[in-house]
Design a protein. Structure first.
Length: 235
């Protein structure tokens, strides 16, 4: 009887969770300042973490990174709408690069390739402006999250005016432009429409309906005087 009970208990055990591999293809945003510009050459190991739709980490493993922009992550639990986080470490085991991707489906028997764009950790990375050559340096633009993937960058103070003996930041024609940033590819693309008035230091709010998403802008300024001796610095 005891043996039979043991066999019955073993037969009723839960089946192991199905796992599957997935491929990762990494690229990197250009380095703006400091550090190595070549993430693939700098990274010696990666920490890959997979988080399910409920926010639970189902997989986390350190893998050797063999100077190759494509590699395979083995034995990851199947699931839909998962998040993949990638951390890149240098030869001295310092965290220098990171990437993140949402909405990943891992399924046994399916070919899953996850493209991921690395950004510099603790440093600056530049977006890909091949489709947005008009993007110039600016301060105080608005940055509005439209989804997990897209961000709207609008306006900003784009010119420096010192003719009056003051340091004044002003919004020129470039301050009328708006761009969409794709966080999954690192690409920046200019919108075809312009704002009526260029502005910086403005606020935005996202308004969503069943058919479209709109961004409403409030306030802002066309110029700010920089006074390093004042308490507020700007006036």
């Amino acid at each position: 009887m005891v043996v039979g009970a043991a066999l019955l208990s073993a037969g009723c055990g839960a089946e192991p969770q199905s796992v599957a591999p997935f491929g990762v293809a990494v690229g990197a945003l250009e380095q703006c300042s400091g550090g190595s510009p070549d993430a693939v050459a700098e990274i010696k190991r990666v920490q890959v973490t997979v988080t399910d739709s409920g926010g639970v980490d189902t997989f986390s493993e350190s893998l050797a990174f063999g100077n190759n922009s494509a590699f395979t992550v083995p034995d990851v639990p199947e699931g839909t709408n998962q998040e993949v986080t990638l951390l890149g470490f240098s030869e001295s085991d310092q965290l220098n690069w990171f990437a993140h991707r949402k909405g990943v489906t891992i399924e046994k028997g399916a070919s899953v390739d996850v493209p991921m764009i690395l950004s510099r950790f603790g440093g600056y990375s530049c977006p890909d402006t091949s489709e947005a050559a008009e993007y110039t340096n600016r301060i105080m633009p608005s940055v509005t999250q439209l989804s997990d993937k897209y961000f709207l960058i609008a306006g900003g103070l784009t010119n420096l005016d010192t003719a009056s003996g003051q340091t004044k930041f002003v919004s020129g024609d470039a301050g009328k432009k708006a761009f969409i940033y794709n966080s999954q590819t690192g690409a920046l693309k200019r919108l075809s429409t312009l704002m009526n008035v260029g502005r910086g230091a403005h606020a935005t709010i996202v308004v969503k309906t069943q058919t479209k998403t709109q961004v409403v802008m409030f306030g802002g300024t066309t110029a700010l005087v920089h006074n390093p001796n004042s308490a507020k610095k700007f006036g």
